[in-house]
Write a protein that binds this ligand. Structure first.
Ligand SMILES: Nc1nc2c(ncn2[C@@H]2O[C@H](COP(=O)(O)OP(=O)(O)OP(=O)(O)O)[C@@H](O)[C@H]2O)c(=O)[nH]1
Ligand SMILES: [Mg+2]
Length: 235
């Protein structure tokens, strides 16, 4: 005999709640939705990479270029210290540090808590600089609209196939530190091919925050995403 699904026994006007106690990622997804509902007009970008691939430097340079035309804020996660937030504030960016207390990734509940401590009243574009790590951050939705993963020229072009989930869940891969490409064995063509075998829709831009390469293309990508978000939230 087939059992009647529990939901069919519920009175009208009630909700069958999922049990998320043993399902951390499902609970995270509930919180990610709460973040999306709370800041519907802001374009949120989750910036991921290994430690030291150039995330904070990119945030600083992006702020310098786009700060006059867009309201930019950054929530930056690190296991310890406020160093990255201080670096961003030094160039005028509204930045708040999330100290994860040793954790190797940001979870949605950390972002939700942080939203109470940052003024986003004139923010169009909110970056989340994730903890440097190509593995765990891939599993946690932070309520972002887009995920951008940096892969520095110095890290080797074999990473997308070794850490596929990060590249599978990203919309854009930035090959960072492109100014170093002449000095290291790294093929942009090979890494693009590998990454697109993991995720055929992945966009790729080679970028150097220090030497200005690709920065205009990156800024144009951001402008388009902010515009799309504005139009979507106005509907
Ligand atoms: N050559 C070169 N070096 C860069 C570039 N971008 C960043 N760097 C250097 O790379 C190092 C790490 O840069 P960060 O911006 O701190 O990297 P990060 O990804 O924020 O590091 P974590 O937050 O610790 O994961 C610094 O010494 C930067 O000056 C670049 O485009 N070219
Ligand atoms: Mg950083």
């Amino acid at each position: 005999m087939t059992a009647t699904p529990k939901s069919n026994q519920m009175p009208v006007g009630s909700v069958q709640c999922d049990n998320t106690t043993l399902n951390l990622l499902k609970a995270n997804d509930f919180v990610a939705k709460a973040i999306r509902d709370r800041i519907p007009g802001i374009c949120v970008i989750n910036v991921c990479s290994s430690p030291g691939s150039g995330k904070t430097t990119l945030m600083q340079e992006t702020g310098k270029r786009l700060g006059a035309e867009l309201g930019i804020a950054v929530l930056v996660g690190d296991p310890e210290t406020e160093r990255d937030a201080i670096r961003m504030r030094e160039v005028g960016i509204n930045a708040l540090q999330i100290v994860t207390g040793g954790m190797c990734h940001i979870e949605a509940q950390m972002i939700l808590q942080a939203l109470d401590h940052i003024d986003l009243s004139s923010c169009d574009l909110l970056f989340i600089e994730n903890v440097g790590n190509l593995v765990c951050p891939a599993a946690f939705d932070l309520g972002e609209d887009y995920r951008v993963t940096l892969l520095a020229a110095t890290e080797g072009d074999d990473k997308p196939k070794k850490y596929p989930r990060m590249f599978l869940t990203s919309e854009l891969m930035l090959v960072s530190k492109s100014d170093l490409l002449p000095y290291v064995p790294f093929s942009v063509e090979a890494v693009t091919k590998d990454a697109r075998e993991v995720n055929p829709n992945l966009e790729v831009i080679a970028i150097s925050s220090l030497k200005d390469d690709g920065m205009e293309e990156w800024c144009d990508w951001l402008r388009a995403k902010v515009k799309e978000k504005r139009e979507k939230s106005a509907q």
